[in-house]
Design a protein around this ligand. Structure first.
Ligand SMILES: [Fe+2]
Length: 306
């Protein structure tokens, strides 16, 4: 009808260490570098966005936690200082962003029509969470593309993994419908780390890479098992393993972004482009892309079944 489509979806994790290691002007603390392999993986994501030229970037962040319902940023322009509550020593970032409020409101309406509790965030002084900011900075440091920010409803933790991810599946379908109806050319960003067991003490110099490695070998093996399936496009199998992965590797995908993104894309059995993997304080992080436009899969049908 109006030609809206999802160009691509990216697994785009948000450790603030990546911004800290890059030393952009917006971040106050200075570093000697660090986490280069993971940071350079994001170069591929940046190149892809540059060539796809999307109208909007949608990001679902585990660190904008909402207890009741799924919330959407609903203020046209937001700016301020985003601080990581745990790593305030390395992330104090001055952000300034534009929101695609029309698309956000369409997501809100479509979600509500599918039975979700949804809410628009209208506070003009809202401090955008560091997960949203880090993911957006790492894929598009120019900040010249409007965004839609989506909260992580707490249902996978408050209820259980199955019910919570069921909500994220519906949220994905709502997002898909909203993109289609508003005619947007969109890129989706799942702001999720994989295995999430981490060290509890930071080195004196946070970027001392001689101290960086997987916190546990079994978590690392879980990450490689999932990445291997995703690289091969065996997404059905990857999703069937997700609950066990979440339980055994304490994976951050529990918070829903990964499920939301793949649901919106229609769960394509498409090979994920692997851009890089690295640990951050022991957690496992992969940057990957499912480029629907390139694969000829970006046209959205009005209805589909997972
Ligand atoms: Fe996180």
């Amino acid at each position: 009808m109006s030609g809206g489509r999802i160009l691509s979806g990216m697994l785009a994790p948000h450790p603030p260490h990546l911004v800290y290691g890059e030393n952009p002007v917006q971040n106050e603390p200075r570093s000697e570098g660090g986490w280069e392999v993971l940071r350079w993986a994001y170069d591929h994501a940046r190149e892809s966005i540059e060539s796809l030229k999307p109208d909007v970037l949608l990001v679902h962040s585990p660190h904008w936690i909402t207890q009741v319902g799924h919330h959407f940023l609903g203020v046209p322009e937001l700016s301020g200082r985003s601080v990581d509550p745990i790593f305030s020593n390395i992330f104090r970032y001055d952000f300034s962003l534009k929101v695609d409020v029309e698309l956000a409101e369409a997501c809100f309406e479509e979600g509500r029509a599918l039975g979700l509790v949804t809410k628009m965030m209208r506070n003009p002084a809202f401090r955008v969470d560091y997960g949203t900011i880090v993911t957006l900075h790492m894929v598009r440091p120019q900040w010249d593309i409007p965004i839609v920010g989506i909260s992580a409803n707490n249902s996978p933790y408050y209820l259980n993994t199955g019910e919570g991810l069921g909500e994220m599946d519906i949220l994905g379908k709502a997002t898909r419908a909203a993109i289609r109806k508003t005619g947007r050319r969109a890129v989706l960003l799942a702001s999720n780390t994989l295995s999430h067991r981490h060290f509890h003490e930071e080195p004196a110099l946070p970027e001392d890479m001689s101290k960086e490695h997987p916190e546990r070998y079994d978590s690392y093996k879980w990450d490689m098992r999932l990445i291997d399936l995703m690289r091969k496009g065996k997404m059905r199998e990857a999703f069937s393993l997700l609950p066990q992965f979440i339980d055994e590797a304490f994976a951050e995908v529990k918070s829903g972004a990964f499920t939301w993104m793949h649901s919106a894309m229609g769960y394509p059995e498409l090979e994920g482009k692997f851009y890089g993997y690295g640990t951050v304080i022991g957690t496992g992080n992969a940057v990957m892309e499912w480029n629907l436009e390139e694969a000829g899969l970006s046209e959205l049908e009005p209805a589909f079944h997972a």
